[in-house]
Design a protein around this ligand. Sequence first.
Ligand code: NDP
Length: 277
Amino acid sequence: MRTIKFGSQRSVPVLGMGTWMIGEGRADRSDEIAVLQEGLEHGLEVIDTAEMYGDGRSEELVGEAIKGQRDRAFLVSKVYPFNASFDGVLAACERSLRRLGTDHMDLYLLHWPGSVPLQETIDAFQWLQEREFIRDWGVSNFDPMDMEEVWACDGGSACATNQILYNLTRRGPEFDLLPLMEEKKTPVMAYSPIEQGRLLRDSRFCDVANAVGMTPAQLGLAWVLRQSNRLAIPKTSHVSRLRENIAALEYPLGDDVLARLNELFPAPTQPQSLEML
Ligand code: NDP
């Protein structure tokens, strides 16, 4: 499987697992745990969660899924912007670690830009990093101006990622944010890579997938992962869909397919505000 590197850490596969809305009773809890464990079996290491998801219930479920195999997982969690003061970050991190049942996170992100001065949040991330409660830190939903602000902070160049909304129907970041991240050699995590399932209901898109012998989910994921330095974190509560999504990595996309997708979902020709879900 192709891999990607965050900060100073080991390389991880470019496909990870999202966990928004798990642990909330929408699906069978044992199925949700089984999906994460099956993913780890297949070598998918990155599990993305947040203190926000289900008020901590997602982190608790992830903790249950990785019990006894912590080292196989690369755990990513996020702090609310309103918890992003120095003391707030430390306390939020402690709560997340307790729910996850571990003594460290691999990557800890600021969930979206807020009103606490960034330098204060970064100082807290560094404090946690020095004590090995987190291996690396990053941000999420940061537009180009926000990223420049991060890099201008003391220690800001250590920012290991920006997790953003990116898929075929949300190509805005291609105009400015993705080139900027590339220039700074900072990898991007693409969230909602199949637009929370909505992309799969586009009949013209499904026709392209059929024509190349892929499922719509596989085509959507293969497109997001067509270039290096990107990781996608689709969420599913079905083991069969997880296996289907993993197989997306086996399909390189030809120029003709990319051209057809460009017709259906044109690349941006001017700056667009960064969208978030
Ligand atoms: P996704 O684009 O991953 O889509 C998830 C939806 O697609 C679910 O309804 C799932 O259904 C369905 N699905 C997944 N695989 C398949 C498949 N092969 N065939 C058909 N349907 C499929 O959306 P998310 O919003 O969940 O994004 C992924 C992750 O990104 C989140 O879980 C979260 O970890 C992160 N995220 C981060 C945000 C941020 O602000 N930083 C914001 C939003 C998300 P089912 O589960 O029933 O299989």
